[in-house]
Ligand binder design. Sequence first.
Ligand SMILES: Cc1cc2nc3c(=O)[nH]c(=O)nc-3n(C[C@H](O)[C@H](O)[C@H](O)COP(=O)(O)OP(=O)(O)OC[C@H]3O[C@@H](n4cnc5c(N)ncnc54)[C@H](O)[C@@H]3O)c2cc1C
Length: 488
Amino acid sequence: MNTDLSIEGLSGLEERLSQDLEFLQLPARNWVPPRRHQSQIVRDVLIVGGGMCGLAAAARLKLLGVHNTLVLDRASQGREGPWVTYARMRTLRSPKQLAGPALGLPALTFRAFFEAQFGRLAWDTLDKIDRTTWMDYLVWYRKVLDLPVQNETRVETIESDRDDPALFAVTVESAGTRRTIHARHVVLATGRAGLGGKAVPDVFQALPPELWSHSEDAIDFAALKGKKVGVVGAGASAVDNAAVALEQGAASVDLFIRRNDIPRVNKFTGIGSPGVVHGFASLPDDEKWRFLDYVITEQTPPPRDSVLRVSAFPNARFHLSSPIHEVSAEGGQVTLTTARGTYQLDHLILGTGFNVDLGERPELAAFAPHIRFWGDRFEPPKGQENAELANSPDLGPGFTFQEKQPGACPALKRLHCFNYAATLSHGKLSGDVPAVSEGADRLARAIVADLFSADRDRHFADLQAYDTPEILGDEWQDADAPEAVGQG
Ligand SMILES: Cc1cc2nc3c(=O)[nH]c(=O)nc-3n(C[C@H](O)[C@H](O)[C@H](O)COP(=O)(O)OP(=O)(O)OC[C@H]3O[C@@H](n4cnc5c(N)ncnc54)[C@H](O)[C@@H]3O)c2cc1C
């Protein structure tokens, strides 16, 4: 029997959350005038992606009284994002106590979710959050806030509606059926690869596909049992993939690392503060660039636990100063040559991250030629040239895309990029756990302001039409009125 009295169970927590919301008078009532187009309901906001960012954005909009939103995710329910699909770490890197997507509501934090089920003692002894428990938390978050998510629904194209340029026409596919949804705003909460795809360096492009995988792929690790595996990269994903290959019985794992050392200090996380969260976006361009160029150049280390998970195996080998010069395939094997040697391998796993390449996102084809990137208008100081930063979208205050040619594509003002690619414009508010609530808040406030402004004639008409009196006229008398004077 569990004697930890702090366990209230999820139903108790849900009651607490519901009371907190009631005390705060949240969610606000639905205040956005409904619209129809081609006899269908128009969504005020359509969110593409039901991972952590999409859920936080939908939740914040709902609390602000924007109830007519819809979140779409191609993944099945409970499998959104990386956590139970291609994430291969045991735990989150983030410290367990972060408030994450809780939007300022204590009962919505991971800690509340965890303690309600397992008690205070279990919380105190918890080191880091298991990645599957984090997924459970996101599933609960969505359920308890009753967020409108449709799974197994892929957004195929986003275009301006032909008849009404104030609307997007979004084609979605679900179970083989296509339909069009109209929306006033579209938010791309499409994750790490949201504006592109897997980064695969040219040197690997010609390898037969069965000889390599990207860390984002669904890799059959059981098939790598007894095989010689090579892993390229030293980031968290590279190291966690190496660990799983070893745990699943790979004969050996060679990790090829370009640098002469594994990065050691997690710089940007180290200076995390409300100052960075709220101040970064308003820094001058050259300062934003300076910060992020430094962060990218220094690189983020893999978590210590992940490195230890690999180095525990005697058949794991770390090769530093080993940029890949050449790769070829013969007889079902890969021959890989680095600056320091040549290796015969059965399979390669690329932990080479993600890139921005709108050509890889068919849903954005209509807007891609109009989207402005930092490289289109900003010249970095000498010595700070950085292709990754130059390839960042140059976003407006509400995470909106901006036009390359002013006036050429006004709809971009209503298309929001709420994913990792927003970092240079907004700071780290749209990808990682620490400041996702602040990101969702910034995004939702901008959308709310725009929805109000776009409907101002309607709101003005409501203002004029509103006639419920507070003063009935029987509370006072005009002292100079003839009948009052007569009485005097
Ligand atoms: C392996 C891994 C580990 C991480 N660990 C941490 C950590 O410990 N701490 C931390 O702070 N951050 C971590 N991150 C970074 C970040 O928190 C995660 O990437 C997080 O999932 C970001 O949430 P998201 O909503 O932006 O993207 P995702 O969770 O990736 O969600 C995006 C969703 O969009 C959907 N989607 C994309 N395109 C379409 C489309 N066309 N139609 C319909 N749906 C679509 C996808 O199916 C997906 O579910 C990690 C990232 C990875 C990859």
